[in-house]
Each structure stands twice: as structure tokens, then as C-alpha cells.
Design a protein around this ligand. Structure first.
Ligand SMILES: N[C@H](CCC[C@H](N)C(=O)O)C(=O)O
Length: 291
């Protein structure tokens, strides 16, 4: 019988993940193994897969360097098995898992990610805040006078202007024109982004509701439409601030899966806060050991 592998299913505003503990650092998940775990029919099902591994046992140079500051590495993969630099909702679920397992006990601790070390803070039982770190405009071309630097082509619509931001992972944020209803967008197909960043991009569609309050839907790189995207919510809030002027430093971001808080921090950093739920634990025969 194949080795049984333990897993935990969790979500942050319904952006859901399969967490696989690898406390000895022996399960370097292949893309195929991650995709199988994320498969909602033949596997456990999730928008992403998170391997939980000691930073000191990580095999990637950029991660090992974080071992002094952060004991645990969030090895994040998209549902298609691709590696992503960062996952905002995933960091909260990862932190909740570390605490439940007793692998971390403090209310505040650092975690290692491919986008650098992130500080997690348990604000209350239902709110975990993560400093996503520095962000920047990721403009590849000279922006037009309103700062847009990309066009997003969605079936049935004229090209939509977008602003590219780098939150450790890439985002193209569309300021949805008034006449387009956010809920009517068909996000089953991959929006075509031009120019497309070299490693693809997540695409967010934003509808301002009021000062410091936006609604958003997202088509995630390597996944498709998800109910929420934490780094995407931060990108959407920062883009809104770029367009509307910095009339506030804190945003409420409503996504189909719930509500997130984004706060612009000094030093060009940004904080994401929201819930994290561990839904279930189990074991799987899915082969997740390296071949
Ligand atoms: N859901 C994640 C984003 C995953 C981004 C991933 N799809 C990528 O390729 O960058 C979040 O909460 O930030």
C-alpha cells in the first residue's frame, strides 16, 4: 500500500489550500504531485498546495538564507502545479496551521516565502495580519497619462486598461468602467494581458464602492477565477490609491469569498488582514514523495 500522506484543508476567504506537512524536508513536491492534490475531482481539491517545511531544510538558496529569521517555509504551488512567489491568503492559513500544530506559539512570528520573509500577527481569533512587504509599480512600458500600462482583453468587451503591480507576485489591476457590471464578467477564460509579463500575471477587476472600500474579482495565474486573492486584494487597493489619490491608507476589500483589510504601511509596504479556517484533516494515498 502506498505511504499515507497527511494533509490539512484550509481556506482564507474561500481561497482554499491543501497543506502537506514535510517536517523532515523529504517531500519535494513535483508539479504533477501538487496538481493532483489540488484536483477537485481526482484529488483533495484547492486553489493551491502548501508544503510545510523547516526553512533550514529548504533546497532553494533564497529560502535557506531566511532560516535565521523564520523557522518555517511556505512552499506555495498553484492548482496547476506551478510555483508562485507568494500567496497572501495562504500565509494566514499557513500561520494558523503552524499555531494549531504547536510549531509556532507566539502571536507574532516570521515565515519564509519565495518573496522573502513575511511577518504574521494574530490580531484576534478571526483576524490574522501579514505584512506582505514592499510593493512596486511593475510597469514594463511607459505608462499613459493615467498611469495605465497594460491592456486586458476579455471576450465581449473592449480592451480594458490596467495597472501592473508587483507584490512579490505579478498583478494587473483593471479599473472596471462604470458601464460594466463586475458580476457579469465571464472569468472562465484566461484574460489576455498585453504586454504579458514573462511569467504571466494574476488579473484583478475592481469596482470602487466608496472611500477605502472596493469590490474585486480575480483570475489567478495558474488557477483560474478564485473566490479571493490576498496579494490581489492588496494590489487592487494600492491601484485604487494610485488612481484616486491617497485619501486613505486602509481599505476594505470585498471579494466573492468574504472580506479582507488592506493597509498601506510606511516604507512602501502593505499589510493584509483577514480570517483563516482549517477545515479538515486527512490522509491520502496520493503519491507525494519524490519519485
Ligand atoms: N491566492 C493568492 C495568490 C496566489 C497567486 C498565484 N496564483 C500566482 O501565481 O501568483 C493570494 O492570496 O495572494
Amino acid at each position: 500500500m502506498a505511504d499515507q500522506t497527511a494533509f490539512t484543508k484550509g481556506h482564507g476567504t474561500e481561497n482554499d489550500f491543501v497543506l502537506v506537512p514535510d517536517l523532515e524536508g523529504v517531500r519535494d513536491l513535483t508539479a504533477q504531485q501538487a496538481a493532483r492534490l489540488a484536483d477537485r475531482r481526482a484529488g483533495i481539491g484547492g486553489d493551491g498546495v502548501i508544503r510545510v517545511v523547516p526553512t533550514a531544510l529548504a533546497t532553494e538558496g533564497g529560502i535557506l538564507a531566511q532560516a535565521q529569521a523564520a523557522r518555517w517555509f511556505m512552499d506555495y504551488r498553484n492548482a496547476d502545479g506551478s510555483v508562485a512567489e507568494m500567496c497572501g491568503n495562504g500565509t494566514r492559513v499557513f500561520a494558523a496551521y503552524l499555531r494549531r500544530e504547536g510549531l509556532e506559539t507566539a502571536d507574532e512570528f516570521a515565515i519564509a516565502t519565495r518573496a522573502g520573509t513575511k511577518l504574521v500577527r494574530f490580531e484576534s481569533p478571526d483576524v490574522i495580519a501579514v505584512n506582505l512587504g514592499p510593493w512596486r509599480l511593475a510597469q514594463q512600458v511607459i505608462a499613459d497619462e493615467e498611469g495605465f500600462d497594460a491592456l486586458v482583453h476579455l471576450d465581449g468587451h473592449e480592451p480594458l486598461s490596467a495597472l501592473s503591480l508587483d507584490l512579490g507576485n505579478p498583478h494587473a489591476v483593471v479599473a472596471l468602467p462604470e458601464q460594466i457590471d463586475l458580476d457579469s464578467l465571464d472569468l472562465h477564460r484566461l484574460p489576455v494581458v498585453n504586454p504579458l509579463p514573462p511569467h504571466g500575471t494574476n488579473v484583478e477587476f475592481v469596482r470602487p464602492i466608496g472611500v477605502g472600500h472596493i469590490r474585486m474579482r480575480v483570475h489567478e495565474r495558474g488557477v483560474g477565477e478564485t473566490r479571493s486573492c490576498g496579494t490581489g486584494a492588496a494590489a487592487a487597493a494600492l491601484a485604487t490609491r494610485f488612481w484616486a489619490g491617497d485619501v486613505t491608507d486602509t481599505w476594505t476589500v470585498d471579494v466573492p469569498g468574504g472580506r479582507l483589510r488592506v493597509r498601506a504601511l510606511p516604507g512602501h509596504e502593505v499589510e493584509l488582514a483577514g480570517p483563516a479556517v482549517l477545515v479538515a484533516d486527512g490522509t491520502t494515498d496520493l503519491e507525494v514523495r519524490s519519485p
